[in-house]
Design a protein. Structure first.
Length: 251
């Protein structure tokens, strides 16, 4: 079995993964490591495996030091903050609601993009402590991002072949390539993505990952997000909070 957390780091182009690839990867014809691993600096469309899916579409640039954190931690912290801010606003206080499985934070959630990676998320449903649960969540996040990238219909059979060819350049193992190829070949099925969410916390995280994977100016992808949030039964205020946190993290 491949390592879902490592694959998600590769998918999002985390700097930690880039450094490992840079140290071990053979020189490419253009010099340096494959374009798929050049990191958040040029946006998701220019860094990480997600760039292969977004193609020439407008990418999302990750803010500040968040680019150095693993993908599961970034998304978990982002979703945790969005959810708890929503719960607090419902209760009329700064530290009111709690995600399942976690302890109440000792102070209000921080506001800077980097602090979306909040340690309070550790051990909650957003960042489960058991390795098997965190790996399973990483797989769901990747599936959600691939589905969102397909929402405008631009990944046709010809585009799939182009992407498959790039997987070899990215140095993926057989299991990783097989998983990604299967996900790319699947027809877009929003019901299947909704079914990935076992609880509200995972619904929040799946929606946040989907927001990161789309072109924010594409009407078809905006329509997909609207349908996804409705099917995930996210309250309008919670949906707004998630999008606001994504906007801080990716511009």
């Amino acid at each position: 079995m491949f390592d879902p957390q490592k694959l998600l780091d590769q998918f999002m182009g985390s700097n930690t993964q880039n450094q490992d690839q840079n140290a071990n990867a053979p020189a490419q014809s253009g010099g340096g490591i494959p374009d798929a691993f050049k990191g958040f600096g040029g946006g998701l469309a220019a860094g990480g495996l997600a760039g292969l899916l977004l193609g020439t579409k407008k990418g999302r640039k990750m803010a500040g030091s968040a680019a150095k954190i693993g993908g599961v931690a970034v998304l978990g912290g982002l979703a945790y903050k969005a959810y708890n801010d929503w719960q607090a606003s419902k209760a009329g206080g700064p530290a009111a609601g709690q995600a399942s499985g976690g302890q109440a934070p000792s102070e209000p959630a921080p506001q800077s993009p980097m602090k979306n990676v909040t340690p309070e998320a550790e051990g909650t449903a957003f960042l489960p402590a058991p390795e098997a649960e965190r790996n399973a969540l990483g797989v769901k996040i990747i599936q959600a991002m691939i589905a969102a990238a397909k929402a405008d219909g631009h990944i046709d059979a010809q585009e799939q072949q182009r992407i498959f060819g790039k997987f070899d350049e990215a140095g993926l193992g057989m299991e990783e390539k097989a998983f990604l190829m299967d996900e790319l070949r699947k027809p877009l099925d929003i019901d299947a993505i909704v079914a990935l969410a076992d609880n509200t916390e995972q619904a929040v995280e799946i929606y946040a990952a989907s927001c990161l994977a789309i072109d924010p100016d594409d009407p078809a992808e905006q329509a997909y997000l609207a349908m996804l949030s409705a099917r995930l039964k996210l309250a309008p205020e919670l949906k707004t909070n998630i999008e606001a946190e994504v906007a801080k993290l990716a511009v």
